[in-house]
Design a protein around this ligand. Structure first.
Ligand SMILES: [Zn+2]
Length: 136
């Protein structure tokens, strides 16, 4: 395993992380107003209702913005630079900060279709990344 930081699970995010370990991207949906949110919270960030439920997301989205990282700010990423830090507009609505794999920094495009992949960080923690969605 690497020396990359391990995401800390909270009661609000536990189901998100267990989904990643199961190969599913999971998002909270508000039963009251329909808002979809990320990251997870106790309340709906749209209407403050406490009636949120988890649903499996498509895992797909589009590149909203990105930056090329040449000097990582956290340990464990030194061997991966340069890499693409990406903002993905998920098909369900929320925007997610992640890393784009399998794409050269000079090849990234606004609106590029991407899909989630999961990389193992330690024995039980998997982290969501994205890769270009080719041919769909
Ligand atoms: Zn709501």
């Amino acid at each position: 395993m690497s020396n990359k930081p391990i995401p800390k699970t909270t009661p609000e995010t536990e189901y998100f992380w267990s989904g990643c370990a199961a190969g599913e991207l999971r998002l909270q949906h508000c039963r009251s107003c329909g808002h979809v949110q990320y990251p997870a919270r106790k309340l709906c960030s749209g209407c403050f209702a406490q009636d949120v439920e988890w649903r499996r997301a498509s895992g797909r989205g589009k590149v909203r913005s990105w930056s090329v990282v040449v000097a990582p700010g956290a340990p464990g990423f030194e061997s991966e630079v340069p890499f693409v830090s990406v903002l993905v507009a998920l098909d369900e609505g929320p925007t997610m900060l992640s890393v784009l794999r399998d794409c050269a920094p000079e090849a990234v495009e606004f609106g590029q279709a991407v899909t989630v992949i999961f990389e193992q960080r330690d024995e039980s923690v998997y982290v969501p990344y994205f890769k270009p969605l080719i041919g769909e």
